[in-house]
Design a protein around this ligand. Sequence first.
Ligand code: NAP
Length: 294
Amino acid sequence: MSAKLIDGKQIAIYLRAELKAEVEKLKQKGITPGLGVILVGADAASVSYVTAKEKACSEIGIYSDDNRLGAETSEKDLLALVDNMNRDPKINGILVQLPLPKHIDEQKVLLAIDPAKDVDGFHPVSVGKMVVGQKAFLPCTPHAVLQLLIRSGVKLEGAEVVIVGRSNIVGKPLANMLIQKSPTGNATVTICHTKTKDVSAHTRKADIVIAAAGRANTITADMIKDDAVVIDVGINRIDDATKKRGYRLVGDVDFAEVSKKAGLITPVPGGVGPMTITMLLYNTVESAKTAAGV
Ligand code: NAP
């Protein structure tokens, strides 16, 4: 491997230590940031994400109000819970774990969250503010990618960036963040998707390739130029009989081969994942400060 590793786990440890110190100072002023967490059903991946988020909150001193509801919970009851959290002064951020069961309208629930508590950054008000460059809650995964790039000293101004994936939670917001006229933007961004004629024609020219496709081996070594920066957002389960749980996690990038050619690369696990939760904690602390006028 010739690429230098971007160690998301380590960067997340530093950032969480900074946040913990900030929470301690806020507590001395009588302010305790609070996160309301809602999980409907028992989807295995969602349970593990929510558990990790709750653990991270408690480690840095954020109060978390955990609500694990049965899969049969009605849309009306869920909306009532969101409404209670909107009005609860102890709650600064509301996180509704997605996906929701099919009988619940996801958009309706996300729209019901008070934008002032939208720490996931999915509300159209947050998205709109982000696009026009106003202060907003930035969605956690794209913000995690941005922080990894900044904290690894990657030059964004003038960089050619290719993002593979155009979802509302990763590709689209990340592209918007990277084109902002600001010191943490000013990049030239191309987004590829399944209708792109020749993905590698774009990635081969890129200084920075960001993979968010949700498919293993989407980015192979022949698709990048020498010394490119490669950020792997993907999380894919691959059957592996040698593992106790029967599978292992891989990203969207062929790590073994791409890491021989790239300049900087994130691993999976241990890259974007730990930073995503950290940015949720960051948004919750910011929200508490705003609510308290700090
Ligand atoms: P998504 O909603 O399924 O979107 C995937 C995007 O990738 C779509 O825009 C799709 O194009 C595009 N795509 C798929 N295969 C492609 C290919 N071969 N070539 C070009 N484009 C392709 O997924 P998502 O929610 O954005 O998540 C993406 C990945 O990131 C998943 O593995 C997910 O688990 C992971 N993730 C990780 C974190 C983290 O914290 N690390 C957080 C969120 C998501 P079309 O639009 O044309 O279908």
